[in-house]
Design a binder for this molecule. Structure first.
Ligand code: HSE
Length: 298
């Protein structure tokens, strides 16, 4: 018994929705092969394309599968995980989430689907806890469920899928510098001003409404983060140039992807998304920082 799984890259936060909104991309994504084995326990036989621990207790995929097996009727089964990484660890497009989510989705298939997507999200969150010290769900929820997702509450966990407009695209630039999620969380303030909170929840509500109405202008106005982005922007070279010039090039708006260093921009239609990607390239080419650019439908 074996299954091959595609595990999508994801953009967490989506500007105003820190820790609560996320979206899944068509590309880039990891591939994983999950196999039933005769020997009880979890093994990671190979990781291609990245230098990551193969000890299942030190690997997010192993930890996520372990969380799943602990809730399974027969925890003594054997699972082997083989990972083909295309999403660079530390990129800000959900590398750890892809491994965690892909592993539990694959194992769930091998076992005949005993768990619901929401349960799978909970297991995959254990991988996020290992990766960043915080079991946030805004990458693993879209990685498991696809499209846009919203975490209404963490305690108790309450996750819902959101509507994805038909012609919404995302352009992502991944500067090849390292920003650790744990560091990017540490620098955040623990308190927010009431005036900022009001603006932020106005934007979150408007983003959700915009998605459902397929109202691209409303989505554009809602893509604003007055709480987290002003603190984290210093971690990313040319962040404000990217934001301003990509909007001039036709983007609806965007922000830091997850905790960075990637930056995402949403656009209506592929043509705009490609123009935005070209603008990202123009801005970054002279900087002397290596980078990759992706364009994907959501
Ligand atoms: N919501 C998390 C953060 C995502 O911004 O810290 C990390 O990828």
């Amino acid at each position: 018994d074996a299954i091959k799984v595609f595990a999508p890259g994801t953009v967490a936060n989506v500007a105003c929705g820190f820790d609560v909104i996320g979206l899944a991309m068509d590309a880039p994504g990891d591939e994983m092969i999950l196999r039933r084995t005769d020997k009880p326990g979890i093994t990671i036989s190979a990781i291609h394309g990245a230098n990551l621990p193969t000890d299942p207790l030190q690997n997010v995929a192993g930890v996520a599968v372990q969380a799943l097996l602990q809730k399974y009727a027969n925890p003594d089964i054997g699972i082997d995980i083989e990972i083909f990484k295309n999403i660079h660890p530390g990129s800000g497009i959900g590398s750890s989430a892809a491994s965690s989510a892909g592993a539990v989705v694959g194992v769930n298939h091998l076992l005949g689907q005993p768990f619901t997507p929401k349960q799978l999200v909970r297991f995959a969150m254990e991988g996020e806890r290992l990766a960043s010290g915080a079991a946030h769900a805004d990458n693993v929820a879209p990685a498991v469920m696809g499209g846009f997702t919203l975490v209404r509450s963490y305690k108790p966990l309450d996750i819902t899928s959101l509507h994805t407009p038909a012609d919404l695209w995302v352009s992502v630039i991944h500067p090849q510098i390292e920003v650790k999620t744990s560091d990017a969380r540490e620098i955040l303030k623990q308190k927010v001003l009431m005036t900022d909170a009001i603006r932020q929840w106005g934007n979150v509500g408007a983003l959700v409404a915009g998605l459902y109405q397929e109202n691209y202008d409303l989505i554009s106005r809602a893509l604003e983060d007055v709480i987290v982005e002003p603190v984290r922007a210093i971690l990313i070279p040319a962040f404000y140039a990217l934001k301003t010039k990509c909007k001039d090039a036709g983007a609806l708006g965007g922000g830091i992807s997850g905790s960075g260093p990637s930056v995402f921009m949403l656009s209506k239609g592929e043509e705009n998304a490609r123009k935005v990607a070209a603008m990202m390239d123009t801005i970054y080419a002279p900087l002397g920082v290596d980078y990759k650019i992706y364009v994907s439908k959501i």
